[in-house]
Design a protein around this ligand. Sequence first.
Ligand SMILES: [Ca+2]
Ligand SMILES: [Ca+2]
Ligand SMILES: [Ca+2]
Ligand SMILES: [Ca+2]
Length: 599
Amino acid sequence: MVRHNWTRKVAIAGISAGCLVGQSLAGEYRNDTRFRDAVTAFVANSGQSAQASVLAKTAGGREAPLLQVATPGDTPIEARRAILLVGGIDSDCPATAETALDVITELVSQAHAEADGPAARLLHDYVIYVVPRLNPDGIERFFEKPQQSSRLNGRAVDDDRDGLVNEDGPDDLDGDGVISVMRVAEPGGEWMIDPEHPNLMRRADASKGEVGVYRILLEGRDDDNDGHMNEDGAGGVDPDRNWPHFYESGEIGVGAHQVSEPETLALARFVVDHPRIAAIIVYGRNDNIVSPPKGEQRDAAGVAYRDLHPDDVKLYAHISEKYQELTGLKRSSKGDPRGAFYAWAYAQRGIPVLATSVWAPEADKPDDAKPADTSDADVAEGAADDDEAQVENKPERRKKKDKSDDPEETDPVGLRVISNADNQAAHGGAPLAGEWRPFDHPTLGRVELGGVAPFATTAPAPEELDAIAKREATFVLDIADRLPRLSLRDATCKAIGPGVWEIELTLVNDGYLPTRIGAARLAECPPTIVRPDLPPERVLGGKRLERVPVLAGSGGAAKLRWLISGADGETVTFIAGSVIDPEIRVEVKLAAADKEKAQ
Ligand SMILES: [Ca+2]
Ligand SMILES: [Ca+2]
Ligand SMILES: [Ca+2]
Ligand SMILES: [Ca+2]
């Protein structure tokens, strides 16, 4: 059991949503120190609706913050349904940390501005947890020179098992402050120049008669003279490949074992310890709402679904339509569930998880603006390929990928250089990558430096961050509106004999989502339980605990019946709830009037 020492204990009484303070968004990227200061400032200005604590201290010695945000209401905070927002888990997407903090800032601000509005109701009825920056070690690389895109945390890992740690990372050979990519002319190399985009590289497709003529490596040299280049750089473990669902044991960067990292273990514990988390929104590199998966593929045992349970596909398709309408985001990188947090929380905890990359670079051509689950997605994968390029030199530990395991993985167009024109489209005019530049390498001879600038395809311009947060805030409100809403209705009471009564009740779900999604049923999430609040000997017929495994959304109902003993005129309470569902109660009077009515 993890205890969180909230920095601020809030007395429930006496605080109303009217105490909320309007807050403004930062519109910038903040390094670790400034980000934690921003978290503190957010809490201080939240009208005591927010509390901050430290979810975990990372291997790199940084703190991953955790926020709890709620205003006092009829239901104590610990008994409410919760929504969890997670950002900054994928450190090549630093905007997602800003988005997570900005979204909750925006919601608090809206609640302040409109006391009866949807944001105020959200904070009154629910509790919002926010883990805005799960991988602070990795995100710090966005701010460091030379700048390098990486998803790894700060754990020191001896990648090549030579007894030394981080002894040979990439090097900024040309001193431009950026770790670029080297292309080395080499007959039989995997890569070729894209004929349509002379500045772009792609893997040659031998089946189409294409011939590779380049090798691609991260910028650098063989610092330790072991014959391999950049084989052991700084960090670490990718906190978004460290989770049990479809964990890729033995791959570089996935960790020694599942949830091996302080930040992933702490987040896992938090999710497990908070079973009322009814939805999770993950801002990261993965997506399952702009391009919702079809949900057919299973694991080797034929049990777990890789992406979506078939029963959930329609729900996700519908939510996807709404998400695209609310945010205007129609392009995304493709979700990869292997070892990913969003996939674990969905498949193994049965929680509706919506994953979005919150932003995608502009299409090469305007008419490419379509859901980007095909070639467009490869643009967004370019920066991630930096890691791939880095590990190309480590064949001894890199397991061969069996593509037959993964039919969805198409051969990527791969690492690209985005032309200046494309960069301008993606980054509001700021040029990010130039032409390939010749460079005399100490051991490779004449090479060329270039490639996708770090973060070019994964980080929007700072001016875009506020608008992203405002759009995403509308989606949080939409999801809150879709959560299951249970009520006990239509009570009837009928006298069966002296002091014996037949009670009928209907449990109804008026929310959009079912009480348990398909993944929840597969994960054996507990049912909703309905019971009369009576000692066992007074329940003469029917079950003392009625278990309702699932109720469909939009009015799904279950009719329940008991025979109980009691005195005429007595009031009996019926209780519905579970470790997942917040408790609801209804009182039924054992009355002659009801008896006559029922007859
Ligand atoms: Ca080493
Ligand atoms: Ca450089
Ligand atoms: Ca080396
Ligand atoms: Ca090196």
